[in-house]
Write a protein that binds this ligand. Sequence first.
Ligand SMILES: [Zn+2]
Length: 132
Amino acid sequence: MNAIYFCPNCGGAAVDTPLLAGGQASCRSCGWKGAATELVAAPMPEDVQLKPEAFIREFTSDFKIMFAKECAAPVMRLLVKWGFMPAMAEREHMKTLLARYLRAVAIASVQALFDERAKIENEGREKRTDAS
Ligand SMILES: [Zn+2]
């Protein structure tokens, strides 16, 4: 089955996976090395034709655009209210800060979505195994 693999240390997708199961895998982002079985796998739907890294890039980009478009205003109000952003700062400074926060939240959210999807897929697989 097609799957996207993530580093168990930093959560990044820039991992080198061995062709043979049981080999050594490594992460180009944080330098992690370990057994391929330690990688976090997120199954991909059969009809997705993008390569894993392209899939993650496109999905992340799509998410960032949606998030900034739909949520920038309420997120900014929340961040100002809770002291993450100064309320009286210059407009340009506010924009820069907000962009950084939105980007960080989008990236973490995408990772959380992939993680949760992997859990859901695993639960489905366990149920099917139990039934047989
Ligand atoms: Zn890593």
